[in-house]
Structures are given as C-alpha cells and as structure tokens.
Design a protein around this ligand. Structure first.
Ligand SMILES: Nc1nc2c(c(=O)[nH]1)N[C@H]1C(S)=C(S)[C@@H](COP(=O)(O)OP(=O)(O)OC[C@H]3O[C@@H](n4cnc5c(=O)[nH]c(N)nc54)[C@H](O)[C@@H]3O)O[C@H]1N2
Ligand SMILES: Nc1nc2c(c(=O)[nH]1)N[C@H]1C(S)=C(S)[C@@H](COP(=O)(O)OP(=O)(O)OC[C@H]3O[C@@H](n4cnc5c(=O)[nH]c(N)nc54)[C@H](O)[C@@H]3O)O[C@H]1N2
Ligand code: SF4
Ligand SMILES: [Mo]
Length: 728
C-alpha cells in the first residue's frame, strides 16, 4: 500500500490552518494539524476532516451537468461552454449587460481562483453583481473606506500582544476569527489572560468565547451602538482619551466630542440593555490598560446599525491610542501588498442603485437581499440570466422566500459549484471545479488579515483528473465566451490559450516578486514561490508593524473620526428606540457550530451526526412562559415568514433573545445532498426581512429580527417550513 503525507492548508474557513493530509492508495485516511505551521501551530478544528470526506463524497459532481426536465444529465465541457456562451450572449444582445446577474459566494475567497471571479465580474459589465460580502463584512469595508480611505484597510486585532481583548458580536472560539485570521483562537484568548491581560465578551449569548473570558456582558441585540456611545461619552467626559495620539493621527475630534456630549451611560443603558455602571467601567478599563482592543464581527455587522457600530469600534480604539500600535488594531504586511493599492480603487458608492432606488452600489455591488426582486420585477434592467459561483444564496440570504421561484423563472442560469444545492438545483448547467485537495496555490487573501505576517503554500494532495478544471479555468472559459470577439471560433480559441497560461499561481508569483518580501526589493534574499513551497509549515514573516501612515488613503492622510453622514445617522439612531412590534416579543440572532460551515458541510456524516443543530435556543423563562419544552417542535414566526424547529433550552442566552443557526433547510426536492437532506433543518433566512438592512452599507440586518415563538399548532405547522427533527 502506498502512503504519503502532504502539508497544506484547510481552506474551509478564514483560519486556513496548516494540515497534514495522509493518503493511502487513493483515499485520505488522516488529517492532522501541522505542528510546524507558522500560524496555526498544530491547531485544527473538527471541520478539517471534512476535506477528505468532501473529496470522496459520491454526491460531489465530477462532470458538468445539464438540466433535462427535473433532473440533470452529464455533458462534455466543450458542449457546456458552447451552449452557455450562446445563451448568455443572446440574453445580453436582447436586454443589455445588466440582464446577466452574478452572485459570488464565500468559498470563492478561499481559493486564488477568486482573481478570475473578479475578472468575470468586469467582463460582464453588469450592474447586477452580488456577493456574500453584503451579508458579511460590508459594514466593515464601508467604515474602512470612510475612516482610512480604502475598503481593504479593515484593521486586524493584534490578539497575540494585547493586554485587554474586548469581543463584541464575534465568537472566535467557534469561528476561529474572521477579518482577523487567528487559527486556534481559543488558545490565543487563553494566552491573553495567561500573560496577565483581561478578556471581555459582549454578546447576548454566553458563548463558547464568553466562557473563556473574565467577564461576559449580555448586551441587547442591536444595543452595541448605544453601549459604545456611552463608553465614548465617559472617555471624553473623564479626560481618558490619548489626545496626543488623536491629534497626530485623526481628524474630526471636535465633532466626536459634540456627538457624545449627552450620550451618558445612564441615557444609553436602556437602549444597550446594559447597566450604566458596567458601561462606565468598560470605558475606564479600556483606557487604563497598557494596550486594549475592541474586536467586533458579524453580531454587530449584520444590524441596521452595522456601519455605525464598527465606526465606533475603530474610533474608541483610535482615541485610546490603540490604533496602529502593538496590542491594538493593526495592519499586516502581506506578501502581496494589496493594502498599498486599496486607496486607488474607486468605491463607486451610489454610482447606481437597485431599481427600487433604495440601495446604493458599493464597490460595484448591490446588496444580495435585492436579488430575488431584481429577477422578478419586470422592466428595463431586469435580470434574465444568472451566474452563481461558489454561493448558496437561497439559504444564505434573506429574500422573503422569493429567490427559489425567481431562479426558476430565469431564461438561463449557470452555476459554478460541485453540488446540486438549494440554489444550483435551478440551474440549466452546473460546472463543477476539481476538489480543494486537487489544487495547488498560494493564498494571498487571508495574509492581509493575519495576526502574524506569513507565507504558506498549499500543495496538491491528488492530481486532478485529466478532464478536471479548476474554478479559474472554468471562469476563464466563461470570460472567453462573454467578451466580444471578432471571428469567435478562432479568436476564442486563441484567448483560451492565452488565459490558460495565466494561472493564478503564475500571476501570484509575479506579484510576490514585486511585493515587500520579493526578489525585486530584496534581491537574492527575496521570497519566491519555490522557497515558500519548500517550507511545509510556511515562512513566518514576523509580528505586525505600525504602518497606517504609509497606507492611509484619506485626502489629509488622517483617520476620519467624523464622516458627516455617520454623524447624522448616529444622531438619528440615538433618537430612535427599537421597540417590540405587533406581539413579536423576542429578538432573533444567529449562531455557528464548530461542525458546521455556512450551508455546505451538512452532507458529511461526521459533521451532522449527533444532536440536532438547527434548533431555536431560548432562555428557560421564555420557554416556560410559552409552554415550550426542550426538544419539542416550536413555530418561530416573524412578519416575513415562519419555520418549525425544535426548542433547545439554555440559561446561556439573554432572556428575550432566541438564536437559530443559518445554512439549514435541505429538504427541497431535487437537491443532490443525500446526507444533508436527511438532516434537513429549516432556513432561518425565511424569517428575516430583506428590506431590513444596515442603513449605510446595505448589508442584511439579520441579528435582531423580531419574532414570536409558540408550540406548533396544526395551522402554524402547516404554514411553516418544517425541520426534520421537529417533524419526526
Ligand atoms: N441568517 C444568517 N445568514 C447568514 C449568516 C448569518 O450569520 N446569519 N452568515 C453569512 C455569511 S458570514 C456568509 S459568508 C454567507 C455565506 O453564503 P454563501 O457563500 O452564499 O453560501 P455558502 O453556504 O458558503 O455556500 C457555498 C457554496 O459554494 C460551494 N463551494 C464550496 N467550495 C467551492 C469551491 O471551491 N468552488 C466552487 N465553485 N464552489 C464551492 C458549496 O458547494 C456551496 O454550494 O452566509 C451568510 N448568511
Ligand atoms: N464553525 C464555523 N466557523 C466559521 C463559520 C461557520 O459557519 N462555522 N463561518 C465562517 C464565516 S463565513 C464567518 S463570516 C465567520 C464569522 O465569525 P464570527 O462573527 O465570530 O461568528 P458568529 O458565530 O456569527 O458570531 C457572532 C456573534 O454575535 C453575537 N450577536 C448577535 N447579535 C449581537 C448583537 O447585537 N450584539 C453583540 N454584541 N453580539 C451579537 C452572536 O451571539 C454570536 O456569538 O465565521 C467563520 N467560521
Ligand atoms: S478552523 Fe477548522 S475549518 Fe477553519 S481552517 Fe482551521 S481546521 Fe479548517
Ligand atoms: Mo462569512
């Protein structure tokens, strides 16, 4: 029996842990953490083992398929591309470029094929481009653009050196960090306390991260903005800010002090759901610590106040002198230094809007929540054909339950995905890439957000099949089909030949050579792809260095503390109280599980076995008041929709709040996920109103939806989407 062990990374989430994959004959028999990995130092989570199962999954598509009635049949690559080209060009010729919409999902960012995703987006020239970013980090990019002058300048939390870590709306003990790549986050958090520092978690649920902390503050969902306004008031009123740092680094100080003049902890406390004394103490402790950092993520991003909250997170870090210094918020020096060029990218904010005129484009995108309506609403600019790449928006985005029907109504839909999912089941043609273990690459995305500078190579575990294509090759062929060419039969072939030579790895090699560690700058000592490839644990490039001064893209080269529209929106938010409406007396938030990854690991038996994960988590008092018992099915209902899921009772969640994970609801007919279908669950995004978005960036506000929960009655059960466990 032939056995080999290959070092690479797990690309399932942002942590990109270093792994050792052992293969015996043609099967993956073991996946372990790589102790030599310079960033993850041997850590891996249970999801990593799914990489082997995904590779061997019989449900994974290995050839392109074409819809025939209600099923799919295999088809050759050339035939597929020919048909796609003809159909898409016909749509564009008849209705214009915006008639082709594109949605790019999360896994796209986890492979360097994303370069070709971006290129396809450009080739389409459509206004109807969407991505998972608008149900993820849009508010953070928006804030980075307005405060630092470039959307990529989202600061990294220097967790390895801070003496005070305050986490709001993130659960790194499960997620392993996001927009701060910190594999093995649990250990890193424990280490803060081990070196005498403090950890505070602000979250409506006592999460896995909160359990590691010195203090847990159970904020009201959506209450963080008020909590931070209260903290900022204390910092200003008590003279606790680092005014020297502010004067050297920032503009807008006077506007900030005016804004928070009346936001006393007493006034903010009821909105935050946190008592005034705690707010005051959090402010004082932040200022007193030798270094301190507020780290915020999805829980505060996906709120109507997402942009405002992230603005105040950065502002508090800046005015306490914790921006761009060790132990605070910092910026990496990645081997391909995208941060230096961010300021030259126009954000095109408001260059166009969705057709209802509600949402402005931001970095050439519209919010994903308008996708169903842009397909369904007739008239000029209507989407007639779609391309989805590595995304499952039917489950991952709030669409008022209309996206299924919308996708089914398209003239033509092509999906780049290796599964027949709730989304891709509507496609006319599905183009599957080779498996992750069949590609080799050098990740250049996540080093931009890593807690240490590093360079790590992903080696191939398996040779791809002779007729297998990587995502970038598929996307390059789609580009070839879409760009206007004279004499398509001949020039198309020539263009394919050219693009085939421009693999992301080749492009990356050139970018590395020109980057901060490359041979063009460092001569013979410089890094090359070959050098990185020969270091199976990667190369450590040292701790983060202060460098905002060289990166900042604002006109006066100062951090903008007080963009006018942020101030206006903040004043409005201070005057608005978010009260329960129409008997929807609970607030719904999300949660993630260590064995689940958005919508697409539920087809792997080891990821779904055991207790049902798609449950509504609620406080014992809330359950008792509604006559609900642990494990029994309940109807969760909002103004937008209803689902049925089992109840899970826990005192870890704030009374008045319930939590349901997203990415479930795999029972639709025709979905090619056989294991997932048996576990079902329900799609929580049916409960979220697509019209409820972050006011400034347009990101979906899914973390404080008003709901009611009650035992299943015959009527409510029939009307709702039922989860397997609840039904069974
Ligand atoms: N209510 C609620 N909704 C949420 C969230 C939440 O917290 N609450 N979280 C949001 C977040 S943060 C995100 S990132 C989004 C994710 O939203 P999406 O990106 O839309 O969905 P995923 O579940 O990641 O689906 C990924 C798809 O890509 C396919 N895929 C996997 N790897 C590859 C690959 O290498 N190539 C190709 N071509 N396809 C691949 C999978 O088969 C799957 O169909 O969900 C969001 N939705
Ligand atoms: N195991 C696992 N890991 C993952 C993923 C996964 O699906 N599974 N997904 C990956 C992706 S795509 C992403 S973007 C990251 C996300 O990474 P995180 O943001 O760390 O993950 P979440 O679990 O969504 O954490 C959000 C937290 O916010 C809390 N919260 C909700 N509303 C509020 C609020 O109003 N205020 C405050 N203060 N807190 C609130 C929730 O209780 C939750 O604990 O995780 C990545 N890692
Ligand atoms: S945390 Fe888990 S899923 Fe994420 S990269 Fe590491 S091993 Fe993979
Ligand atoms: Mo995400």
């Amino acid at each position: 029996m032939e056995s080999k062990t290959i070092a690479r990374q797990c690309s399932l989430c942002e942590a990109h842990c270093g792994i050792l994959v052992t293969v015996e004959d043609t099967r993956v028999t073991r996946i372990e953490g790589n102790p030599d990995d310079v960033l993850s130092r041997g850590y891996l989570c249970p999801k990593a083992t799914a990489l082997g199962a995904l590779h061997h999954d019989p449900d994974r598509l290995r050839t392109p398929v074409r819809r025939v009635g209600d099923t799919f049949e295999p088809i050759g690559w050339d035939e597929a591309f020919r048909e796609i080209g003809q159909r898409l060009r016909a749509v564009r010729a008849a209705h214009g470029p915006s008639a082709i919409g594109m949605y790019m999902g999360n896994p796209a960012a986890h492979s360097s094929s994303v370069l070709y995703g971006a290129a396809l987006r450009v080739a389409l020239l459509t206004r109807n481009f969407f991505s998972a970013s608008s149900i993820d980090q849009f508010p953070q990019e928006f804030v980075a653009w307005r405060m630092f002058g470039a959307n990529v300048l989202m600061p990294v939390t220097d967790i390895d050196r801070t003496q005070r870590l305050v986490v709001l709306g993130a659960n790194p003990a499960v997620s392993n960090g996001s927009i701060t790549t910190m594999p093995g986050a649990k250990q890193r958090i424990k280490d803060v306390r081990k070196r005498g520092g403090t950890v505070v978690v602000i979250d409506p649920r006592r999460t896995e991260t909160a359990r590691l902390a010195d203090e847990h503050v159970a904020v009201r969902p959506g209450g963080d903005l008020y909590l931070l306004l209260g903290m900022l008031h204390v910092l200003v009123a008590e003279g606790l800010c680092d005014e020297r740092a502010v004067r050297a680094q920032c503009a807008g100080w006077d506007d900030i002090t005016a804004l928070v003049a009346d936001t006393t902890p007493e006034r903010m406390a009821p909105h935050a759901g946190v008592d005034a004394e705690t707010i005051r103490r959090l402010a004082r402790d932040h200022a007193a610590a030798p270094s301190a950092v507020l780290y915020a993520r999805l829980g505060v991003c996906l709120q109507v106040t997402g942009t405002l909250t992230h603005w105040l997170v950065n502002t508090i870090n800046a005015v306490t002198g914790n921006l761009d210094r060790p132990g605070g918020q910092m910026f990496a020096t990645p081997l391909v230094d995208a941060l230096r060029f961010g300021k030259y990218l126009p954000m095109g904010y408001g260059a166009w809007t969705d057709r209802s005129g509600t949402h402005k484009s931001f970095r050439t995108e519209l919010p994903a929540t308008v996708l169903a309506d842009e397909i369904r609403t007739e008239g000029p600019g209507q989407i007639k054909a779609m391309i989805t790449y590595a995304g499952n928006p039917v489950l991952s985005t709030p669409q008022g339950g209309r996206l299924d029907e919308a996708l089914a109504s398209l003239e033509f839909y092509v999906a780049v995905d290796m599964y027949v999912t709730e989304t891709t089941r509507h496609a006319d043609i599905i183009l599957p890439p080779v498996s992750a273990l069949e590609r080799e690459e050098l990740d250049v995305v996540f080093p931009v957000f890593s807690v240490r500078n590093n360079a790590r190579f992903d080696a191939r575990v398996f040779e791809p099949p002779a007729d297998g294509l990587e995502d970038w090759q598929i996307l390059a062929r789609l580009i070839t089909e879409l760009v206007p060419l004279p004499a398509r039969r001949f020039t198309g072939r020539a263009l394919t030949g050219v693009l085939d030579q421009l693999s992301p790895l080749r492009l990356t090699a050139a970018a590395v050579a020109a980057g901060p560690y490359g041979i063009l700058r460092r001569g013979r000592a410089g890094l090359t792809i070959d050098r990185i490839r020969r270091a199976p644990g990667g190369i450590d490039l040292g701790p983060l260095q202060p460098r905002l001064r060289t990166l900042i893209g604002t006109r006066d080269r100062l951090v903008q503390l007080a963009p006018e529209d942020f101030l206006t929106a903040a004043r409005q938010a201070i005057d608005t109280v978010d009260a329960p409406t129409d008997g929807y007396d609970l607030q719904l938030i999300g949660r993630r599980h260590l064995r689940s990854n958005n919508s697409w690991l539920h087809n792997i038996e080891s990821m779904v076995k055991g207790r049902d994960r798609c449950t509504v988590l609620m406080h014992p008092d809330d359950a008792a008041a509604r006559g609900l018992v642990d494990g029994a099915p309940a109807t969760v209902e909002s103004a937008a929709g209803a689902i049925v899921v089992p109840v899970e009772i826990s005192a870890d969640i704030r009374p008045g709040v319930v939590a349901i994970p997203h990415g479930w609801g795999h029972r639709e007919p025709g979905v090619g996920w056989n294991v997932a279908a048996a576990h079902g669950g329900a799609n929580v995004n049916l409960l979220h109103d697509p019209a409820r978005t972050d006011v400034l960036s347009g990101a979906a506000a899914v973390n404080s939806t008003r709901v009611r929960v009650h035992p299943v009655t015959p009527e409510s059960g029939a009307a709702a989407t039922v989860s397997t466990a609840a039904a069974g």
